[in-house]
Write a protein that binds this ligand. Structure first.
Ligand code: SF4
Length: 674
């Protein structure tokens, strides 16, 4: 094992590990302080090294694709909410920048191995896993683990190495190189998006065992402790109010939002109380009612096709009946998670993580299914298989609509009667997707590829953004999401920017550059496209900072003014202003965009949203009645604020240089130089 003994006092180790799976060699590499100053750690470090070392044109499922696991700059520094890791690589779904992150406990354990990130290249000739601690790293044979589901793999590895290790593994979906597979930690938490579990499977890499015990040093620990304590005090109030929050009240709020056609300022204090009490399940019924949730493969209307009487059957209170204890990730004071137990009925489950809103919607309102025990069973299967529930729900919705329209038959589905709300058929098809069996094999690579293989006009029902199934938030409700879905380097991403987040994060107060953020109080105001670009750009830069720091998005959305930039200064030293940090976020975003352009993607064309997401044609009823988003206008405004060329999305030459990315210019402007 190669040893690592590098000390650090800036919240990072200044060291990464490269693992060549083909040769089975591991090599530590020192990273200069300047890299962290420019990109932080986490997703920023991932962007930097994928830009520098990834060969353009690499096949996403080939040995040349580089797969990185990165920890945040604030991870394990004593900062609250700072336990997330980010996986990066070329996505088999979009063909461009791939990124997924998750919480749990894996990230600090990896960082305690004395590295900030771990990059895999090549492919092993037989299944392996990586064992790593602060003394070094070694690839070990994984033949006995191959074929096990993700939860059993974790159990087996913890039996082998003891409970004081953390693991990140793939399940059967990743092994079978499904393009919608994710990476599993903490017995069922997923870094789900971008198909990076399939990339891991293509490398014959079953998992990583992180057994580090060394804490990273920081510049000013007393300041981190003080900032964290003050923040915790600010978010601990008003707990008593949560007893007044019920599913009925939330449904009524959704109804009021729909009927009044206002777009209320998002109350961060309420969101905190909801997350603490229910987790993200809180919004299930409210979103179906308000128009936030997509319904019936993006073609339906919530209050007509999936009214409150049905959405509440899978809503917050219904899920809470199964909760046996609360769960919080590393360094989290909020505990939005929970552990569920289904003791009886047709689908008993001894223990599983609380289901998230995204999964409830992807297998609920999207499929018109209100059978909660069956949805929980599906969730457990997906966690074990290591499959992205958003993409899988989208794939099932696509198949159902193809079936309803005669494009698929019972012969194609091996006898499954694929109808809206048909629970047994939905469960059966999910099992087929996991096993890559029959129609499931076609769907396991996402709806875009499935439609191409099926033909016969199936692409009409393949709802995707640049090959990625969209998350469960309708941009016709919050057009900010539409901008992110279409313009993000990782398309179809609901965590980057939206009007909702702008409100919840109070960004207009945090950053002077964001002072022109409009108040979105009216229905009409939110569809204006001439005044949104800068606000959404600031929102994006802030998210890049969050991911570079390894912070949970919710920590920044629950009031209390999360002191992100102050914590970064306390960890790394220095006195950078919030606006200076915003430039760091922008720089990370620029590199991700440059990555896509180097791959030959044309974002404006390749990431065009499916017509249903945009409202083409507009729906005749419901909250989105008559609405067609002006995606051209939204994209123009966003690109302009980012200094990206309007037609191509290529960052302007001068802007790249001004942000310290002059080395990118010759690559993006190659043809202009001849
Ligand atoms: S708020 Fe929820 S997702 Fe975020 S760190 Fe806490 S438990 Fe994890």
């Amino acid at each position: 094992m190669a040893e690592n003994n590098r000390p650090s006092g800036k919240g990072y180790w200044g060291r990464i590990l490269w693992v060549d799976l083909t040769t089975r060699r591991t090599v530590y590499e020192d990273v200069a302080d300047g890299v962290y100053e420019k990109f932080l750690s986490g997703a920023g470090l991932g962007a930097k090294f994928l830009w520098d070392r990834q060969k353009a044109g690499a096949h996403p499922l080939g040995p040349e694709n580089v797969l990185g696991f990165t920890t945040g700059l604030l991870t394990d520094t004593g900062a609250l909410f700072a336990g997330r890791f980010t996986v990066v690589g070329k996505s088999p779904l979009s063909g461009g920048w791939g990124e997924a992150n998750a919480g749990g406990y894996f990230s600090p354990w990896l960082k305690r191995c004395g590295i900030d990130a771990l990059f895999f290249s090549g492919a092993a000739d037989a299944p392996v896993y990586l064992y790593i601690d602060e003394r070094g790293a070694e690839l070990r044979e994984a033949a006995d683990l191959w074929g096990l589901d993700a939860l059993d793999t974790e159990i087996r590895l913890k039996e082998r190495y003891g409970p004081r290790v953390q693991v990140a593994v793939i399940g059967p979906a990743g092994e079978k190189k499904s393009c919608i597979a994710g990476i599993v930690t903490d017995r069922g938490r997923l870094a789900a998006r971008s198909g990076l579990g399939g990339v891991m499977g293509s490398k014959n890499l079953k998992g990583i065992v992180a057994a580090g015990t060394r804490r990273v040093g920081v510049a000013d620990r007393a300041q981190i402790n003080r900032l964290s304590k003050e923040f915790q005090e600010r978010i601990s109030g008003k707990k008593g109010l949560s007893r007044f929050l019920t599913d009925g009240l939330l449904g009524t709020l959704g109804k009021i939002t729909r009927r009044s056609r206002i777009f209320p300022r998002q109350p961060a204090d309420l969101w905190r109380l909801l997350l603490r009490k229910y987790g993200t399940t809180a919004i299930t019924a409210m979103s179906a009612e308000s128009g936030d949730s997509p319904i019936k493969n993006w073609g339906g209307v919530g209050y007509l096709d999936f009214p409150l009487s049905r959405s509440q059957k899978i809503g917050a209170e219904a899920v809470r009946k199964y909760e046996v204890k609360k769960y919080g990730c590393f360094s989290c004071p909020l505990h939005c998670g929970g552990i569920l137990r289904v003791a009886d009925g047709p689908f008993p489950i001894p223990e599983m993580h609380k289901i998230e809103y995204e999964t409830l919607c992807a297998f609920g309102s999207l499929l018109l299914l209100d059978d909660l025990p069956l949805i929980l069973k599906v969730n457990d299967l997906l966690n074990r298989a290591g499959l992205d529930s958003i993409s899988c729900g989208g794939a099932v919705a696509f198949a159902i609509e193809c079936f309803e329209n005669g494009i698929l038959t019972r012969e194609d589905s091996d006898g499954l009667e694929l109808r809206w709300g048909n629970g047994p058929a939905i469960l059966g098809l999910t099992e087929k997707i996991i096993a890559r069996q029959g129609l499931g094999d076609i769907l396991a690579d996402g709806v875009k590829r499935a439609a191409a293989r099926i033909g016969r006009g199936a692409e009409r029902f393949a709802v995707h953004c640049g090959g990625v199934e969209p998350p469960m938030h309708d941009p016709k409700f919050d057009p900010g999401f539409g901008t992110a879905y279409a313009c993000e380097a990782a398309p179809g991403r609901h965590t980057t920017a939206s009007y909702t987040y702008l409100d919840l994060q109070f960004l207009e107060k945090k950053f002077q550059q964001a002072r022109k953020i409009p108040a979105l109080t009216t229905h009409r105001e939110k569809y204006r496209t001439d005044n949104k670009g800068e606000a959404l750009a600031v929102n994006t830069f802030y998210k890049m900072l969050i991911d570079g720091a390894g912070v949970c998005l919710f920590g920044t959305q629950i009031g209390g003014n999360y002191p992100l930039t102050e914590l970064l200064n306390a960890a790394a030293g220095g006195h950078r202003t919030p606006d200076e940090y915003l430039l760091v976020g922008e720089r990370i975003g620029l590199l991700r965009q440059a990555f896509n352009l180097r791959e030959g993607l044309q974002p404006r064309k390749d990431f065009r949203l499916h017509p249903r997401i945009v409202g083409e044609p507009a729906l005749a009823k419901g909250p989105a009645k008559g609405i067609t988003l002006d995606m051209e206008g939204l994209t123009d405004g966003y690109y302009k604020a980012l200094h990206w060329e309007p037609a191509t999305g290529r960052p302007e030459r001068g802007h790249l240089s001004a942000l310290g990315l002059a080395e990118v210019v010759p690559v993006l402007y190659r043809e202009d130089n001849h």
